[in-house]
Ligand binder design. Structure first.
Ligand code: DGJ
Length: 726
C-alpha cells in the first residue's frame, strides 16, 4: 500500500481507489498528487520550479525553488512562504522562523495509537500501512514526525503530527495543525457546515474565491456553528458523480479549517486545533501530539464520500461492544416531563413504553440535587429523594421489571453556582482571576485540565452508576467556554487550557467507558453541539439536535449524514404541536423521520389516544424489522431538502438483498406535478418485490424509472417503499 522509491525519495501511498504522492526534494517533503488511484506514479506532470512574484529562495543557484511556490506537506513560516503555515513556533530568543528538512522515514504495517487522543484504529496490522516522515529544523531543535496511514479496505488516509523540542531551551508552539494540503489548482467548490442550537449542520457549498476562507470554533467544543470538516468538490460534482476531497478532524474542541486560494490559483487547505488563543510550551525533550485528520477521496460524488466516512467511523472509530450491535429503541422523558418528574409519572410513561415494545427508558435532567429548574445542582450527583423517594436503584428495578433497560442523564462537565460542589470548590471552574464568571444556562464549566476535578467526576459518576442497574448514559454538555483560564496553570501555559480541557475530558471518558463496557453512552451537547468524530470514539451515538420537529429534522439529518452514519444519529418522535417550532405533523411522518436514524420517542405516551398508541406500537414493531438495514445498511441521499423542499433517501443492505426508501413531501401545491422516487444502490439485474403489495420490478427499473409518489392534498406527507430481492 506504500511504495517507496529510494532513488527519487518518492512515497506513493495507495488505498483501493486513491493515490497520495510525496517526494522529498532538496530536503523538503513536497506534495505531488492526491486523487484517483494511479498504478505507478512516474511524474508525468512534474512540479515546475519557476521563479515567480519575487518569492524568496534559500539557494541562489535555485531561485525557482521557493517555499512560497512549492506544494508542501507541512509548511513552515518565515522563509518566504506567505500562505498560512501548518505550524508556527517561537524560540527562546523570541524569533519565529522555522525551516523543516527531511531527516529520515519509517514505513510499517498497522497504525499507531495517538497518545491521549481519539483516533481511527485497526484491529490487525494487515488492515493498514503507515509512514512516519522525520523532519528537523536545524536551528531551533524542533523535530516533527508526520504520520500517514492508508487503509486496505477504505479510501482513507489519516494524518497527524508530533512536534518535539530537541533543543536546549524552551520552544513555544503557536500553531500545530494536523494536516496541510496543497492542491495544484483552484477549480473547486468548498463544502462546510454551519448552524446553531436547534439548527445543526446546514450545508454550505460555494465556489472558491481568491481569498482565505475559515470555519472554526473558539467555543471550547466543536460546536453546532461549524463542524471540524471541509470538502473540496469539482464544479460538476453531485451526489453520484465527480471528485470530492474530504477532510475531517477527530477532535471535539477549538478547531480551524482554512481554505486559501493563492495568487497562483493553487489551494492550500488545512485543519487542526484552532491557533486562536492557543499556544503550547515545550520544554527540552517534550513533545506535542496533534489530533488526527481523516482524508477521504471519492471519485463518485458525495454519496461515495459519505459511505467511506460512514463505514470507517462506524467500524474503525467507534469502539466497544455496542459498535456492531443493534441499538435499543428508547423513550426519553425530557419533553414529557421536563423537571417535573415523579416516580409515578415516570413509571406510567415506562409502562406505556413497555406495552409499545420500546426497549430502553431514559431518565433525563432533573433527578439529582434540588434541580427543579436549570438554575441549580449541576455537580451534585446525588439522587433527589423529594422526587424519587425510593432512590435510583429502586426505580431502575421497577423499570427492569417492566422489561425495559434503564438509562440516565448526566452533565458531568458543568457546575451550577448554586451547588454544594461550587460552594466547596469555587476554583474548580474555568475562570480568570478578577473577571466576571459569565454564566450560560446558569452554569459554569468545570476545569477538566485539573486532575482533582477529573478524579471527582469519575468518582461521582461512578458512584451513581454503581448504585443502580444502569444500561445507558446520556452525557450532556450545555454551554460553551468563556473566561478560559485555569487556576493551576502558570501564566506561560494559560493558553494551553482549552486543549488541556479536551485531553482531560478524553481521559475521563476513557476511564468511564472502559470501567463500564456494558453501558451504552450517548453523546449530547444541547443536541448536536459537539457532534464530532472525537466524541464518537467514546460514544457510538449522538442526540443530533434538540429540535425534534420532524420537518426541521429532515435538513438536520440530511446534513449530518454527509459525514456521520445514521446509526449515530439519535432521532425521536416527539409531541405536537412541536415544542421547538410549534408545527403540527402526523405521527406517521414523525415516525418516518425518526426511523431514518437511531429511533426513539420523547413524549408522554400516556397522553396519546388509543389509536395513536396503536400506531406507536406498529412503528416500534416496524422499526425492529428494518433496524439492521437502517443501522448497518448503506445510506443514499436522493432529494436534498436544502434545494428541493422535499427530501428523499434510502437504505440498502450491504449485500443489496433489501432496501427501504423514504420520501417526504413538504408543502402542497395547487397544480398537480408528477413526482417520482428513484432508488439508489440496488442490484440492477435483480428483481425486487415491494413488500406492501407484492409487485415486482427490476432493480434497474426501480432506480431509473422509479415509482410514483402519491399526489395528496395538504402539507407534510411521507411515503416509504420496502423492497426485497426475490
Ligand atoms: C439538552 C439536551 O439536548 C436535552 O435533550 C436535555 O437533555 C436537556 N439538555 C436537559 O437539560
Amino acid at each position: 500500500m506504500i511504495q517507496f522509491d529510494a532513488a527519487s525519495l518518492q512515497f506513493h501511498l495507495q488505498t483501493p481507489g486513491s493515490s497520495y504522492v510525496i517526494q522529498v526534494v532538496n530536503g523538503y517533503p513536497l506534495h505531488l498528487y492526491w486523487g484517483k488511484r494511479i498504478r505507478i506514479y512516474r511524474g508525468s506532470a512534474p512540479v515546475r520550479y519557476a521563479y515567480r512574484s519575487f518569492a524568496p529562495y534559500a539557494d541562489p543557484k535555485k531561485p525557482g525553488f521557493s517555499p512560497g511556490t512549492l506544494p508542501l506537506e507541512y509548511p513552515a513560516s518565515g522563509t518566504g512562504d506567505y500562505r498560512h503555515p501548518a505550524f508556527h513556533i517561537q524560540l527562546d530568543n523570541g524569533t519565529t522562523v522555522s525551516d523543516l528538512r527531511y531527516s529520515g522515514h519509517r514505513i510499517y504495517p498497522g497504525k499507531k495509537k495517538l497518545p491521549g487522543l481519539p483516533a481511527t484504529y485497526v484491529e490487525s496490522d494487515q488492515e493498514a500501512e503507515s509512514l512516519d516522515l522525520f523532519l528537523k529544523d536545524a536551528v531551533s531543535g524542533l523535530s516533527v514526525i508526520l504520520t500517514y496511514t492508508v487503509f486496505r479496505d477504505f479510501d482513507v488516509l489519516t494524518r497527524s503530527a508530533v512536534l518535539k523540542n530537541n533543543g536546549a531551551g524552551p520552544l513555544r508552539l503557536q500553531r500545530a495543525l494536523s494536516a496541510s494540503l496543497d492542491f495544484r489548482d483552484d477549480q473547486f467548490d468548498s463544502l462546510t457546515f454551519y448552524g446553531s442550537h436547534n439548527n445543526e449542520r446546514n450545508i454550505n457549498r460555494h465556489p472558491l474565491h481568491e481569498e482565505i476562507q475559515l470555519v472554526d470554533s473558539k467555543r471550547g467544543a466543536s460546536s453546532p456553528q461549524h463542524d471540524p470538516f471541509f470538502a473540496l468538490l469539482r464544479k460538476n460534482t453531485d451526489e453520484d458523480h465527480g471528485e470530492v476531497y474530504g477532510c475531517s478532524l477527530v477532535y471535539s474542541g477549538n478547531f480551524a479549517a482554512t481554505i486559501e486560494v493563492s495568487e497562483f490559483h493553487t489551494v492550500r487547505a488545512s485543519i487542526g486545533i484552532n491557533p486562536f488563543d492557543f499556544s503550547w510550551l515545550l520544554e527540552p525533550g517534550e513533545s506535542f501530539q496533534t489530533p488526527e485528520a481523516v482524508l477521504v477521496y471519492s471519485g463518485h460524488g458525495l454519496n461515495r464520500l459519505s459511505h467511506t466516512y460512514h463505514k470507517l467511523y462506524r467500524s474503525r472509530l467507534a469502539r466497544g461492544r455496542f459498535r456492531d450491535q443493534l441499538r435499543p429503541i428508547l423513550i426519553n422523558n425530557w419533553e414529557a416531563t421536563y423537571f417535573k418528574l415523579s416516580e409515578e409519572r415516570l413509571l406510567a410513561i415506562a409502562g406505556e413504553a413497555a406495552k409499545a415494545g420500546i426497549e430502553l427508558f431514559v431518565l433525563d435532567d432533573g433527578w439529582f440535587g434540588r434541580r427543579d429548574n436549570d438554575r441549580s445542582s449541576l455537580g451534585d450527583w446525588i439522587v433527589d429523594r423529594r422526587k424519587l423517594p425510593h432512590g435510583l436503584g429502586w426505580l431502575a428495578g421497577k423499570i427492569h421489571d417492566l422489561g425495559l433497560q434503564f438509562g440516565l442523564w448526566f452533565e458531568p462537565e458543568m457546575v451550577s453556582p448554586d451547588s454544594d460542589l461550587y460552594r466547596t470548590h469555587p476554583d474548580w471552574c474555568l475562570h480568570v482571576p478578577g473577571r466576571t464568571r459569565s454564566l450560560s444556562r446558569n452554569q459554569l464549566v468545570l476545569d477538566l485540565s485539573r486532575r482533582d476535578v477529573r478524579d471527582y467526576l469519575v468518582a461521582s459518576v461512578s458512584a451513581v452508576l454503581d448504585s443502580a442497574d444502569i444500561n445507558y448514559v446520556k452525557w450532556d454538555m450545555n454551554r460553551h467556554m468563556s473566561e478560559v483560564g485555569s487556576a493551576l496553570l502558570p501564566a506561560g501555559r494559560q493558553r494551553e487550557t482549552a486543549h488541556r480541557y479536551l485531553l482531560g475530558l478524553y481521559a475521563v471518558l476513557e476511564t468511564l467507558t472502559s470501567a463500564y463496557p456494558e453501558i451504552l453512552f450517548e453523546n449530547c451537547s444541547s443536541g448536536g453541539g459537539r457532534y464530532d468524530p472525537g466524541m464518537l470514539y467514546y460514544m457510538p451515538q449522538t442526540w443530533a439536535s434538540d429540535n425534534t420537529d420532524a420537518i426541521s429534522r429532515l435538513k438536520i439529518q440530511y446534513g449530518t449524514s454527509l459525514l456521520y452514519p445514521p446509526v449515530t444519529i439519535g432521532a425521536h418522535v416527539s409531541a405536537v404541536p412541536n415544542h421547538q417550532v410549534g408545527r403540527i405533523t402526523s405521527l406517521p411522518l414523525r415516525g418516518h423521520v425518526a426511523m431514518s436514524g437511531n429511533f426513539g420517542y420523547e413524549l408522554d405516551l400516556t397522553r396519546l389516544n388509543d389509536a395513536e398508541k396503536k400506531q406507536a406500537c406498529e412503528q416500534v414493531a416496524f422499526y425492529k424489522k428494518i433496524r439492521p438495514l437502517i443501522q448497518f445498511g448503506d445510506f443514499y441521499r436522493i432529494l436534498n431538502p436544502f434545494d428541493e423542499g422535499d427530501a428523499a433517501w434510502c437504505f440498502v443492505a450491504p449485500d443489496r438483498s433489501e432496501a427501504i426508501g423514504f420520501y417526504f413531501r413538504i408543502l402542497a401545491d395547487a397544480s398537480y406535478r408528477p413526482r417520482f422516487f428513484q432508488f439508489k444502490g440496488l442490484d440492477p439485474d435483480a428483481p425486487y418485490e415491494n413488500l406492501a403489495n407484492g409487485e415486482t420490478f427490476g432493480g434497474d427499473e426501480l432506480m431509473h424509472a422509479g415509482v410514483n409518489v402519491p399526489n395528496e392534498r395538504g402539507d407534510f406527507h411521507s411515503y416509504i417503499w420496502r423492497i426485497r430481492r426475490k
